[in-house]
Design a binder for this molecule. Structure first.
Ligand SMILES: [Zn+2]
Length: 371
Protein backbone atom coordinates (compact mmCIF):
# COMPACT_ATOMS: atom_id res chain seq x y z
CA UNK A 1 0.00 0.00 0.00
CA UNK A 2 1.48 3.30 -1.01
CA UNK A 3 -0.35 6.55 -0.46
CA UNK A 4 0.78 9.34 -2.72
CA UNK A 5 -1.12 12.53 -2.93
CA UNK A 6 -0.15 16.01 -3.86
CA UNK A 7 -3.42 17.72 -3.07
CA UNK A 8 -3.37 17.40 0.65
CA UNK A 9 -0.72 17.96 3.23
CA UNK A 10 -0.43 15.06 5.60
CA UNK A 11 1.84 15.48 8.53
CA UNK A 12 0.32 13.71 11.49
CA UNK A 13 -0.57 10.19 12.22
CA UNK A 14 -2.60 9.61 15.33
CA UNK A 15 -2.77 6.27 16.98
CA UNK A 16 -5.39 5.70 19.60
CA UNK A 17 -6.01 2.87 21.91
CA UNK A 18 -8.99 1.88 23.95
CA UNK A 19 -8.54 0.71 27.50
CA UNK A 20 -11.23 -0.29 29.94
CA UNK A 21 -12.47 -3.34 28.04
CA UNK A 22 -11.73 -6.82 29.29
CA UNK A 23 -9.52 -7.74 26.36
CA UNK A 24 -8.43 -10.94 28.07
CA UNK A 25 -11.87 -12.53 27.82
CA UNK A 26 -12.56 -14.59 24.67
CA UNK A 27 -15.56 -12.41 23.83
CA UNK A 28 -13.63 -9.18 24.49
CA UNK A 29 -12.47 -8.53 20.91
CA UNK A 30 -15.95 -9.32 19.52
CA UNK A 31 -17.72 -6.96 21.93
CA UNK A 32 -15.08 -4.27 21.40
CA UNK A 33 -15.62 -4.56 17.66
CA UNK A 34 -19.43 -4.36 17.85
CA UNK A 35 -19.25 -1.49 20.31
CA UNK A 36 -16.77 0.53 18.28
CA UNK A 37 -18.39 -0.23 14.91
CA UNK A 38 -21.56 1.31 16.27
CA UNK A 39 -20.04 4.40 17.84
CA UNK A 40 -17.21 5.25 15.47
CA UNK A 41 -19.50 6.23 12.60
CA UNK A 42 -21.44 8.60 14.90
CA UNK A 43 -18.33 10.07 16.47
CA UNK A 44 -16.49 10.52 13.18
CA UNK A 45 -19.44 12.45 11.74
CA UNK A 46 -19.31 14.99 14.60
CA UNK A 47 -15.54 15.03 15.01
CA UNK A 48 -13.89 18.49 15.02
CA UNK A 49 -11.06 16.99 12.95
CA UNK A 50 -11.90 14.87 9.93
CA UNK A 51 -9.32 12.21 9.14
CA UNK A 52 -8.09 11.74 5.57
CA UNK A 53 -7.61 8.03 6.28
CA UNK A 54 -9.21 6.03 9.06
CA UNK A 55 -8.41 2.35 9.62
CA UNK A 56 -9.27 0.37 12.72
CA UNK A 57 -8.31 -3.12 13.88
CA UNK A 58 -10.32 -4.02 17.02
CA UNK A 59 -8.98 -1.43 19.48
CA UNK A 60 -6.11 0.09 17.48
CA UNK A 61 -6.91 2.84 15.04
CA UNK A 62 -4.76 4.58 12.48
CA UNK A 63 -5.68 8.15 11.65
CA UNK A 64 -4.17 10.22 8.89
CA UNK A 65 -4.96 13.84 9.63
CA UNK A 66 -4.75 16.95 7.47
CA UNK A 67 -1.81 19.27 8.14
CA UNK A 68 -2.00 21.56 11.16
CA UNK A 69 -4.85 19.58 12.70
CA UNK A 70 -5.37 20.19 16.37
CA UNK A 71 -4.64 16.83 17.95
CA UNK A 72 -5.40 17.94 21.51
CA UNK A 73 -8.88 19.11 20.40
CA UNK A 74 -9.45 15.72 18.84
CA UNK A 75 -8.21 13.90 21.95
CA UNK A 76 -10.45 15.84 24.33
CA UNK A 77 -13.36 15.28 21.94
CA UNK A 78 -12.75 11.51 21.79
CA UNK A 79 -12.18 11.24 25.54
CA UNK A 80 -15.46 12.98 26.29
CA UNK A 81 -17.51 10.49 24.23
CA UNK A 82 -17.94 7.63 26.65
CA UNK A 83 -17.30 7.21 30.38
CA UNK A 84 -15.74 3.76 29.98
CA UNK A 85 -13.32 4.70 27.26
CA UNK A 86 -9.95 6.38 27.49
CA UNK A 87 -7.96 7.03 24.38
CA UNK A 88 -4.22 7.39 24.20
CA UNK A 89 -2.31 8.32 21.10
CA UNK A 90 1.06 8.20 19.45
CA UNK A 91 2.25 10.42 16.66
CA UNK A 92 4.89 9.56 14.11
CA UNK A 93 8.47 9.72 15.29
CA UNK A 94 11.27 10.25 12.76
CA UNK A 95 8.61 10.24 10.03
CA UNK A 96 7.56 6.71 10.90
CA UNK A 97 4.78 5.00 12.83
CA UNK A 98 3.98 1.36 13.57
CA UNK A 99 0.46 -0.01 13.27
CA UNK A 100 -0.04 -3.69 14.19
CA UNK A 101 2.53 -5.53 11.99
CA UNK A 102 3.00 -2.58 9.70
CA UNK A 103 5.65 0.15 9.62
CA UNK A 104 4.55 3.27 7.74
CA UNK A 105 7.28 5.67 6.57
CA UNK A 106 6.40 9.22 5.64
CA UNK A 107 8.53 10.83 2.91
CA UNK A 108 8.42 14.50 2.05
CA UNK A 109 10.20 15.13 -1.20
CA UNK A 110 8.91 18.59 -1.91
CA UNK A 111 7.42 21.14 0.46
CA UNK A 112 3.97 20.20 -0.82
CA UNK A 113 4.42 16.56 -1.88
CA UNK A 114 4.30 13.61 0.44
CA UNK A 115 4.36 9.91 -0.04
CA UNK A 116 4.16 6.89 2.21
CA UNK A 117 5.89 3.55 2.08
CA UNK A 118 4.90 0.53 4.10
CA UNK A 119 7.14 -2.19 5.47
CA UNK A 120 6.93 -5.21 7.77
CA UNK A 121 7.22 -4.18 11.43
CA UNK A 122 8.80 -6.41 14.06
CA UNK A 123 8.90 -5.59 17.73
CA UNK A 124 12.41 -4.94 19.07
CA UNK A 125 11.92 -7.99 21.32
CA UNK A 126 11.21 -10.35 18.36
CA UNK A 127 13.51 -13.36 18.77
CA UNK A 128 13.64 -14.52 15.13
CA UNK A 129 12.93 -18.02 16.29
CA UNK A 130 10.46 -19.99 14.20
CA UNK A 131 9.64 -23.65 13.57
CA UNK A 132 12.99 -25.41 13.23
CA UNK A 133 13.63 -27.35 10.04
CA UNK A 134 14.55 -30.40 12.15
CA UNK A 135 11.17 -30.36 13.93
CA UNK A 136 9.21 -33.60 13.79
CA UNK A 137 6.38 -32.22 11.64
CA UNK A 138 5.33 -32.61 8.03
CA UNK A 139 7.47 -30.90 5.38
CA UNK A 140 4.33 -29.07 4.21
CA UNK A 141 3.98 -27.40 7.62
CA UNK A 142 7.67 -26.43 7.65
CA UNK A 143 7.46 -24.92 4.18
CA UNK A 144 4.28 -23.07 5.17
CA UNK A 145 6.32 -21.05 7.67
CA UNK A 146 8.48 -19.74 4.82
CA UNK A 147 5.57 -19.24 2.40
CA UNK A 148 3.59 -17.33 5.01
CA UNK A 149 6.52 -14.95 5.70
CA UNK A 150 7.02 -14.40 1.97
CA UNK A 151 3.33 -13.72 1.43
CA UNK A 152 3.37 -11.16 4.23
CA UNK A 153 6.44 -9.47 2.72
CA UNK A 154 4.74 -9.28 -0.65
CA UNK A 155 1.47 -7.92 0.75
CA UNK A 156 2.95 -5.39 3.13
CA UNK A 157 6.11 -4.00 1.50
CA UNK A 158 5.17 -1.20 -0.85
CA UNK A 159 8.11 -1.34 -3.28
CA UNK A 160 10.51 -3.90 -4.70
CA UNK A 161 13.45 -2.56 -2.74
CA UNK A 162 11.62 -3.12 0.56
CA UNK A 163 10.47 -6.58 -0.59
CA UNK A 164 14.09 -7.44 -1.43
CA UNK A 165 15.31 -6.30 2.02
CA UNK A 166 12.52 -8.22 3.76
CA UNK A 167 13.16 -11.41 1.75
CA UNK A 168 16.89 -11.18 2.56
CA UNK A 169 15.96 -10.89 6.23
CA UNK A 170 13.60 -13.89 6.02
CA UNK A 171 16.35 -15.90 4.29
CA UNK A 172 18.93 -15.21 7.02
CA UNK A 173 16.34 -15.89 9.73
CA UNK A 174 15.39 -19.28 8.27
CA UNK A 175 19.04 -20.25 7.74
CA UNK A 176 19.50 -19.73 11.48
CA UNK A 177 16.52 -22.05 12.03
CA UNK A 178 18.29 -24.84 10.10
CA UNK A 179 16.43 -24.52 6.77
CA UNK A 180 18.74 -25.50 3.85
CA UNK A 181 19.73 -22.56 1.62
CA UNK A 182 18.85 -24.33 -1.65
CA UNK A 183 15.32 -25.07 -0.40
CA UNK A 184 14.75 -21.49 0.79
CA UNK A 185 15.92 -20.16 -2.61
CA UNK A 186 13.67 -22.55 -4.50
CA UNK A 187 10.60 -21.58 -2.48
CA UNK A 188 11.42 -17.86 -2.81
CA UNK A 189 11.74 -18.22 -6.58
CA UNK A 190 8.42 -20.06 -6.90
CA UNK A 191 6.63 -17.69 -4.53
CA UNK A 192 7.81 -14.52 -6.27
CA UNK A 193 6.88 -15.99 -9.68
CA UNK A 194 3.44 -16.81 -8.30
CA UNK A 195 2.98 -13.33 -6.79
CA UNK A 196 3.94 -11.61 -10.07
CA UNK A 197 2.00 -13.99 -12.32
CA UNK A 198 -0.71 -15.55 -10.17
CA UNK A 199 -2.30 -18.69 -11.58
CA UNK A 200 -6.00 -17.92 -11.65
CA UNK A 201 -8.40 -20.79 -11.06
CA UNK A 202 -11.81 -20.71 -12.70
CA UNK A 203 -14.94 -22.71 -12.13
CA UNK A 204 -16.90 -23.64 -9.03
CA UNK A 205 -15.07 -24.24 -5.80
CA UNK A 206 -14.40 -27.93 -5.22
CA UNK A 207 -15.90 -29.70 -2.26
CA UNK A 208 -13.23 -30.28 0.40
CA UNK A 209 -12.58 -33.74 1.80
CA UNK A 210 -10.59 -33.72 5.04
CA UNK A 211 -8.42 -36.68 5.95
CA UNK A 212 -6.59 -36.82 9.28
CA UNK A 213 -3.45 -38.94 9.50
CA UNK A 214 -1.22 -39.59 12.50
CA UNK A 215 2.15 -38.02 11.75
CA UNK A 216 4.86 -40.70 11.84
CA UNK A 217 7.70 -39.03 9.97
CA UNK A 218 8.82 -39.14 6.34
CA UNK A 219 6.60 -42.10 5.43
CA UNK A 220 3.51 -40.01 6.27
CA UNK A 221 4.62 -37.36 3.78
CA UNK A 222 4.92 -39.95 1.02
CA UNK A 223 1.56 -41.46 1.99
CA UNK A 224 0.08 -37.97 1.66
CA UNK A 225 1.53 -37.60 -1.84
CA UNK A 226 0.09 -41.00 -2.82
CA UNK A 227 -3.38 -40.17 -1.48
CA UNK A 228 -3.36 -36.82 -3.32
CA UNK A 229 -2.28 -38.50 -6.58
CA UNK A 230 -4.99 -41.16 -6.32
CA UNK A 231 -7.55 -38.48 -5.41
CA UNK A 232 -6.63 -36.40 -8.46
CA UNK A 233 -7.10 -39.45 -10.65
CA UNK A 234 -10.36 -40.83 -9.26
CA UNK A 235 -12.18 -37.90 -7.61
CA UNK A 236 -10.87 -34.85 -9.52
CA UNK A 237 -14.00 -32.87 -8.58
CA UNK A 238 -13.06 -32.96 -4.88
CA UNK A 239 -10.30 -31.17 -3.04
CA UNK A 240 -8.47 -33.52 -0.67
CA UNK A 241 -7.02 -31.77 2.35
CA UNK A 242 -4.76 -33.85 4.56
CA UNK A 243 -3.98 -32.78 8.08
CA UNK A 244 -1.87 -34.47 10.71
CA UNK A 245 -2.71 -35.56 14.20
CA UNK A 246 -0.02 -36.19 16.77
CA UNK A 247 0.77 -39.86 17.31
CA UNK A 248 1.90 -41.03 20.74
CA UNK A 249 3.30 -38.21 22.83
CA UNK A 250 5.41 -38.47 25.97
CA UNK A 251 2.38 -37.18 27.92
CA UNK A 252 0.53 -40.37 26.92
CA UNK A 253 3.01 -42.37 29.00
CA UNK A 254 3.32 -40.08 32.01
CA UNK A 255 -0.07 -39.03 33.33
CA UNK A 256 0.18 -35.91 35.40
CA UNK A 257 -3.49 -35.64 36.27
CA UNK A 258 -5.09 -37.29 39.28
CA UNK A 259 -7.13 -40.35 38.38
CA UNK A 260 -10.88 -39.86 38.95
CA UNK A 261 -12.08 -42.42 41.54
CA UNK A 262 -14.28 -45.13 39.98
CA UNK A 263 -17.24 -44.03 42.12
CA UNK A 264 -17.12 -40.52 40.67
CA UNK A 265 -16.70 -41.41 37.00
CA UNK A 266 -19.63 -40.52 34.75
CA UNK A 267 -20.70 -41.25 31.13
CA UNK A 268 -19.66 -44.88 31.48
CA UNK A 269 -20.75 -48.36 30.43
CA UNK A 270 -20.43 -50.53 33.55
CA UNK A 271 -20.51 -54.24 34.29
CA UNK A 272 -21.84 -55.89 37.46
CA UNK A 273 -20.50 -59.31 38.43
CA UNK A 274 -22.02 -61.39 41.21
CA UNK A 275 -19.20 -62.74 43.40
CA UNK A 276 -21.22 -65.86 44.27
CA UNK A 277 -22.46 -67.15 40.92
CA UNK A 278 -20.53 -64.96 38.44
CA UNK A 279 -23.69 -63.78 36.66
CA UNK A 280 -23.25 -60.38 35.05
CA UNK A 281 -25.19 -57.28 34.04
CA UNK A 282 -24.14 -54.47 31.70
CA UNK A 283 -25.62 -50.98 31.87
CA UNK A 284 -24.74 -47.38 31.17
CA UNK A 285 -25.11 -44.11 33.05
CA UNK A 286 -24.37 -40.44 32.48
CA UNK A 287 -24.37 -39.79 36.24
CA UNK A 288 -21.66 -40.61 38.75
CA UNK A 289 -21.31 -44.39 38.91
CA UNK A 290 -22.00 -44.39 42.67
CA UNK A 291 -25.49 -42.90 42.03
CA UNK A 292 -26.34 -45.76 39.69
CA UNK A 293 -24.85 -48.39 42.05
CA UNK A 294 -26.96 -46.99 44.92
CA UNK A 295 -30.01 -47.11 42.66
CA UNK A 296 -29.35 -50.80 41.88
CA UNK A 297 -28.90 -51.52 45.61
CA UNK A 298 -32.08 -49.56 46.43
CA UNK A 299 -30.32 -47.25 48.87
CA UNK A 300 -29.73 -43.51 49.07
CA UNK A 301 -26.37 -42.47 47.58
CA UNK A 302 -26.07 -39.86 50.35
CA UNK A 303 -26.93 -41.84 53.50
CA UNK A 304 -26.71 -45.47 52.38
CA UNK A 305 -30.15 -46.10 53.97
CA UNK A 306 -32.87 -47.95 52.01
CA UNK A 307 -35.06 -45.59 49.99
CA UNK A 308 -38.85 -45.81 49.91
CA UNK A 309 -39.46 -45.49 46.16
CA UNK A 310 -37.00 -47.80 44.48
CA UNK A 311 -36.61 -48.13 40.72
CA UNK A 312 -36.74 -51.63 39.29
CA UNK A 313 -33.32 -53.30 39.06
CA UNK A 314 -32.42 -56.74 37.72
CA UNK A 315 -29.31 -56.71 39.92
CA UNK A 316 -31.42 -56.18 43.06
CA UNK A 317 -33.81 -58.92 41.93
CA UNK A 318 -30.83 -61.26 41.57
CA UNK A 319 -29.38 -60.32 44.96
CA UNK A 320 -32.72 -61.24 46.53
CA UNK A 321 -32.44 -64.75 45.08
CA UNK A 322 -28.69 -65.40 45.28
CA UNK A 323 -27.43 -66.17 48.79
CA UNK A 324 -24.53 -64.10 50.18
CA UNK A 325 -24.44 -61.94 47.04
CA UNK A 326 -23.91 -58.21 47.33
CA UNK A 327 -24.45 -55.05 45.32
CA UNK A 328 -21.81 -52.45 46.09
CA UNK A 329 -19.09 -50.62 44.21
CA UNK A 330 -16.65 -53.56 44.46
CA UNK A 331 -18.94 -55.60 42.16
CA UNK A 332 -18.78 -52.99 39.41
CA UNK A 333 -16.14 -52.21 36.82
CA UNK A 334 -16.10 -49.77 33.93
CA UNK A 335 -15.99 -51.27 30.44
CA UNK A 336 -16.18 -48.15 28.26
CA UNK A 337 -16.74 -44.42 28.28
CA UNK A 338 -18.65 -42.20 25.88
CA UNK A 339 -19.03 -38.48 25.39
CA UNK A 340 -22.66 -38.50 24.23
CA UNK A 341 -25.83 -40.39 25.14
CA UNK A 342 -25.97 -42.15 21.78
CA UNK A 343 -22.32 -43.22 22.03
CA UNK A 344 -23.02 -44.75 25.46
CA UNK A 345 -26.12 -46.56 24.22
CA UNK A 346 -24.31 -47.98 21.17
CA UNK A 347 -21.33 -49.12 23.26
CA UNK A 348 -23.65 -50.64 25.86
CA UNK A 349 -25.50 -52.59 23.17
CA UNK A 350 -22.31 -53.78 21.47
CA UNK A 351 -20.86 -54.96 24.80
CA UNK A 352 -24.12 -56.76 25.71
CA UNK A 353 -24.02 -58.51 22.30
CA UNK A 354 -20.39 -59.46 22.82
CA UNK A 355 -20.47 -60.60 26.46
CA UNK A 356 -24.11 -61.74 26.64
CA UNK A 357 -24.50 -61.09 30.41
CA UNK A 358 -27.27 -63.33 31.71
CA UNK A 359 -28.91 -60.76 34.03
CA UNK A 360 -29.66 -58.50 31.05
CA UNK A 361 -31.85 -61.28 29.68
CA UNK A 362 -30.37 -60.87 26.20
CA UNK A 363 -32.11 -57.52 25.83
CA UNK A 364 -30.18 -54.36 25.01
CA UNK A 365 -31.60 -50.91 25.59
CA UNK A 366 -30.98 -49.78 22.01
CA UNK A 367 -31.80 -51.55 18.78
CA UNK A 368 -28.83 -51.57 16.47
CA UNK A 369 -29.82 -52.01 12.86
CA UNK A 370 -26.36 -53.02 11.70
CA UNK A 371 -26.71 -56.42 10.13
ZN1 LIG B 1 -25.38 -64.38 42.09
Amino acid sequence: MAVEDSYFLFDNNLYKQIDGMAMGSPLGPLFANIFLSHYESIWLKDSPVKPVLYKRYVDDTLWLLPANSNVSDLMSYMNSRHNNMRFTFETETNNSINFIGLNIMHHEYDSSKHCYTTNVYRKPTATQLCMNFNSFVSISYRLSVLKCLLYRAFRICSNWQLIHTEISFIRSMLLRNAYPGWLIDRVIKNAVTHFVNPVLKYGPRKEAVYIGLPFLGKSTDSLRATILRIGKQFIPHKDIIIYYKPGKRSSNFFHNKDVTPTALRSHVVYEYLCTQCNLGYIGQTVRHLRHRVAEHAGVSHLTGNPVKSVVHSKIRDHCGLCQNSSCDLSNFNILATGSSDIELLVKERLLIDQKKPLLNGNVGSLDLLLF
